[in-house]
Ligand binder design. Structure first.
Ligand SMILES: [Zn+2]
Length: 148
């Protein structure tokens, strides 16, 4: 299991809760918050963003990753997802593939932390939840440009 320090976990939870507050989810009424911890130790938040156009929008996890990338960071130690449900919720399949993309960029596993509203936390990793996934390395893509 990937080691995440207590302070890092607290920061991830705090930022994911901020994301949860900002979620734009008028269709589903299922707000979701997320945050990623980068290899450099920075934390970027995200939230789900829906649209009146069916199928358009993004999950909180991908929003958090995109926020980090927009700030020039491509390598992540951990990602957390939080909802208002009491029990932790897992990332969707699309998000797992997205997280795997950046595990291949960083060349290491990424911890996935799932938090329920009541403080319940469940931990896993992208390699555990999506083993042998297709990614940029399968195409031999040059990822050196995206430094950690
Ligand atoms: Zn998702």
């Amino acid at each position: 299991m990937l080691k995440i320090a207590k302070e890092e976990l607290e920061k991830l939870i705090e930022k994911a809760k901020e994301g949860l507050k900002n979620a734009y989810a008028p269709r589903s009424n299922f707000p979701t918050g997320a945050a990623v911890l980068t290899d450099k130790g920075n934390v970027y938040q995200g939230c789900n963003v829906e649209s009146v156009i069916s199928g358009m929008g993004t999950c909180a996890e991908r929003c958090a990753i995109d926020n980090a990338i927009a700030n020039g960071e491509y390598c992540f130690k951990a990602i957390i997802v939080i909802t208002k449900l009491e029990n932790p919720v897992k990332p969707c399949g699309m998000c797992l593939h997205y997280i795997n993309e950046f595990a291949q960029v960083a060349n290491h596993d990424i911890a996935i932390i799932m938090a329920g509203s009541g403080g319940k936390i469940s931990k896993s990793s992208v390699f555990k939840m999506l083993p042998e996934a297709f990614g940029p390395r399968d195409l031999g893509l040059n990822l050196k440009k995206y430094k950690c």
